[in-house]
Design a protein around this ligand. Structure first.
Ligand SMILES: [Zn+2]
Length: 534
């Protein structure tokens, strides 16, 4: 429900160039009605409006994550967290499974992720025997942090039809005891064999995941998150049902996978922008290449140490261009996952050709991730008016694999916020969570410091001031979804979405931004998240 709220005595960065810093804002019925000084805001506020005294804390427009997977974030949160920081021994894992068994109906799968046998006190993987004691009737699978090895209990093995007579798959291994019985430990393809019998989540499970995932975004100050890939009607219904129930935590802009959804949308006359301020149809989406980590992003020059490998196309370039053309002609914004420089060039070719054939005033086509660029490509992005959606904390987490695979120079240009600005390109920040954590300030810190998680630099010349990083996470995100007229800045008439940090962000050591917490997240004038001791 849209609410009234008065914020006073703060350092509010409005992202409105005409009025960049104010101490107060007033929100009435979910919309900003005033941004300025305390006295003006008090006069503009609704009588009896709730008040938050910011006491010098920084507030910004609600953060906007321009590319993420909120439903997957939720599913990951609903799985058990087995990380070594929280569980020192197999007995701890058993206790967690026992607790979960008590809370879930018999027969429901229990999935956990993130244990590390090397850091468990026993120095070994748990076995089916360890799990059977605590979960005799629930199928259980625990996956090691690497995602290539896991352990299943007897119920799970039985459901997968795995016995002592089951041969190992060609691409994997069932660990066996001295009598040839599977121990429950599954390697590679053996893990897939058990996973294959896990039921697909139904619509209710999707709603639960979406709500849990959305709450995590709120906790990190994010009020708008692009869902980077709807392929199934159940996903769309889950979003809609949650929104109808008033339980959708964050506003969302839905990327629609071209192969699975475009025909239906076109036949109904639906295109980008259809929907409302909470759930809106976004771009038509495709993937044209892979990843830097997997050496599958499509490059002009080969990967380090592999002179014959320039990565992959996910489909033949001509077929790709035809699909882009079709979405463009139908009035869609287009968003293509393109990471390598050759992939980005192909996307730009496709956009250029589509626009030449069917000119549109402002198609604002996007390049998801848009990782490896140089000045020539940046010039093309500017000329075509495309919007890059960099993964702003990828460098923080993946610097080593990136440098190993593509070398210092090419990675030095990656996600270069300074260069995007130098070319006058509007780039919208994103996490791509759950690929990396939702934490938006991790992305802000990476943009500001160009350092990875161990503090090592990655071309500091691409660093930008804090204000620019915050712009990338607010107003630029709104621009990337054609919503700059309703959000991304705090001025009269805009949605009352605000993020309030625990302190003055501009006084924080840039290397500590990642641990700076959000005190309040406000959507439509209502406090949707409040930190316990805020
Ligand atoms: Zn993604």
């Amino acid at each position: 429900m849209p609410g009234d709220l008065l914020l006073v005595n703060g350092r509010i960065r409005t992202m409105d160039v005409a009025n960049p810093t104010v101490s107060a804002i007033a929100i009435r019925l979910g919309r900003v009605v005033y941004a300025g000084d305390d006295a003006g805001a008090k006069a503009a506020a609704a009588p009896g409006s709730p008040v938050i005294d910011l006491a010098g804390r920084t507030a910004t427009p609600g953060l906007n994550d321009a590319h993420a997977h909120p439903m997957s974030v939720g599913f990951a949160l609903l799985d058990l967290d087995l990380s070594p920081e929280r569980h020192a021994a197999i007995a701890d894992l058993q206790a967690l499974v026992r607790e979960t068994v008590a809370a879930r109906p018999t027969g429901t799968w229990i999935l956990g992720r993130g244990y590390d046998d090397a850091r468990l006190a026993e120095g070994r993987h748990p076995t089916r025997a360890d799990l059977d004691v605590v979960a005799p009737d629930h199928p259980v699978m625990l996956i090691r942090m690497c995602h290539h090895i896991g352990v299943a209990n007897s119920t799970a093995l039985r459901l997968a039809g795995i016995t002592r007579d089951t041969p190992d798959p060609t691409d994997g291994l069932f660990d066996r005891d001295e009598h040839g019985e599977p121990t429950g430990v599954l390697r590679e393809g053996a893990l897939t064999a058990v996973r294959a019998v896990m039921p697909e989540p139904d619509e209710d499970a999707m709603m639960a995941a979406l709500e849990a995932g959305g709450r995590e975004f709120l906790r990190q100050g994010v009020t708008s998150a692009v869902e980077a890939g709807i392929r199934d009607p159940r996903e769309l219904r889950a979003y809609q049902r949650l929104r109808e129930a008033g339980r959708l935590p964050v506003r969302t802009y839905l990327m629609m996978m071209i192969d699975e959804t475009l025909d239906d949308l076109v036949s109904l006359g639906i295109r980008t922008g259809f929907g409302d301020e909470w759930v809106r149809i976004g771009p038509a989406k495709l993937l044209i290449d892979g990843s830097i980590g997997g050496r599958t992003a499509r490059m002009h020059a080969p990967y380090e140490g592999e002179p014959d490998n320039v990565g992959l196309w996910m489909m033949p370039p001509d077929e790709f261009k035809a699909k882009v053309r079709r979405a463009h002609d139908a009035g869609f914004q287009v968003g293509i996952h393109a990471i390598g420089d050759a992939a980005i060039d192909l996307v730009l070719d496709a956009y250029e050709e589509a626009q030449a054939a069917t000119p549109r005033p402002d198609p604002r086509h996007r390049i998801e991730h848009c990782s490896i660029v140089d000045d020539r490509i940046l010039g093309r992005i500017r000329d075509i008016g495309a919007v890059p959606i960099p993964g702003t904390s990828f460098l923080r987490h993946f610097r080593d694999a990136y440098v190993n695979n593509l070398g210092e120079w090419r990675i030095g240009q990656a996600y270069g916020m300074r260069s995007f600005a130098r070319f006058g390109i509007t780039a919208a920040a994103s996490s791509d969570a759950p690929v990396v954590p939702v934490n938006a300030l991790a992305g802000v810190q990476t943009m500001v410091t160009r350092r990875d998680i161990l503090g090592r630099p990655c071309n500091p010349r691409e660093a930008v001031p804090l204000d620019d990083a915050l712009r990338a996470y607010t107003v630029n995100g709104a621009f990337a979804s054609f919503e700059e007229g309703i959000k991304g800045t705090l001025r009269a008439g805009m949605l009352g979405d605000v993020t309030i940090f625990e302190t003055d962000l501009f006084a924080v050591d840039p290397d500590d931004l990642v641990t700076t917490r959000v005190d309040y997240t406000v959507t439509a004038g209502e406090v949707a998240y409040e930190r316990e001791s805020a």
